[in-house]
Every structure is written in C-alpha cells, then in structure tokens.
Design a protein around this ligand. Structure first.
Ligand SMILES: [Zn+2]
Length: 145
C-alpha cells in the first residue's frame, strides 16, 4: 500500500513514537533497579525479546507503547487519520504477534507481565507497586522450593 508520507517523513514520525516507548521503558527499569530488582533488558534468548527479563524467576516484562501494540479502548492508540487501512493492518499484525509471544512464553513456564504506556504514564506508582508485589511473590515461591 502506498504511503502518502515521504520515506524521511515517515521515518521521523515513527522514530518519534519509538523514542517515547523507550523513555517509559527506562522509567520502569530505573524504578525496578532502585527497588532492588536485577534484570536483563531486551534479552534475545527469550521468545519475543521481552523488554525486561528476570531469568532466575522466569519473569518476562513487556512495556508496550499503546500505539504500536494497539491498546484497545485506549486514548493513546488513536489511528492516524490518513492511511487508515495501512495502519489498521500493521497494528493488527503487531497485536497478533504479541498474543502469540505471550502464549508461547506462558506455555514455556514464564510469568509474563505487560505494562501499558498509559498505565505507566497515568498511574505510575500503582502500576509499579503491583508489579513489584507480583515479582516478590514469584521470588518467594521460588525460594520455598
Ligand atoms: Zn493504553
């Protein structure tokens, strides 16, 4: 499908959105680090290359940008007004991919968490505290056995 933007313009738009994704990832990682959680980032050996991985406890955390991962009923996932079909198809594919990755990881015994950009931005403390709680629970169970 033809793109109305020039390659350069398209690249600029996409990188702006991607950078925003990265910023929330960093925010989440820093918080975890300050709370004593040690992790690997973008761990390639794990299906789907999760943004944050705690290998010891098989915890995989994805920080999803609402736009790229097509967060349903989310204000941050507004489709561009141009090239609607192009974007719809693209984001639909991303979404299907995410579902497949989470299924595969879960089947493999991973604990998968997805943090959405809108949660992180609007409810940071609550989101992070509940994530930490879950991590500590898994850790405690792991240490029992
Ligand atoms: Zn969202």
């Amino acid at each position: 499908m033809a793109d109305i933007f020039s390659k350069e313009k398209r690249h600029e738009i996409m990188s702006r959105i991607r950078n925003k994704d990265t910023k929330i990832e960093i925010k989440v990682r820093n918080w975890l680090f300050h709370h004593g959680i040690r992790y690997r980032k973008n761990y390639e050996k794990v299906t789907g290359k999760p943004d944050i991985v705690i290998t010891k406890y098989k915890i995989a955390i994805f920080v999803h940008g609402c736009f790229w991962h097509a967060h349903e009923n989310c204000k941050l996932c507004r489709f561009p007004k141009t090239q609607v079909e192009f974007w719809k198809e693209k984001l639909e594919r991303n979404k299907e991919r995410d579902i497949r990755i989470i299924q595969d990881l879960t089947k493999d015994g991973w604990n998968v968490f997805v943090l959405w950009e809108c949660q992180v931005e609007n409810n940071f403390d609550e989101t992070m505290n509940s994530l930490l709680e879950n991590i500590l629970k898994i850790k405690a169970e792991h240490e029992k056995t």
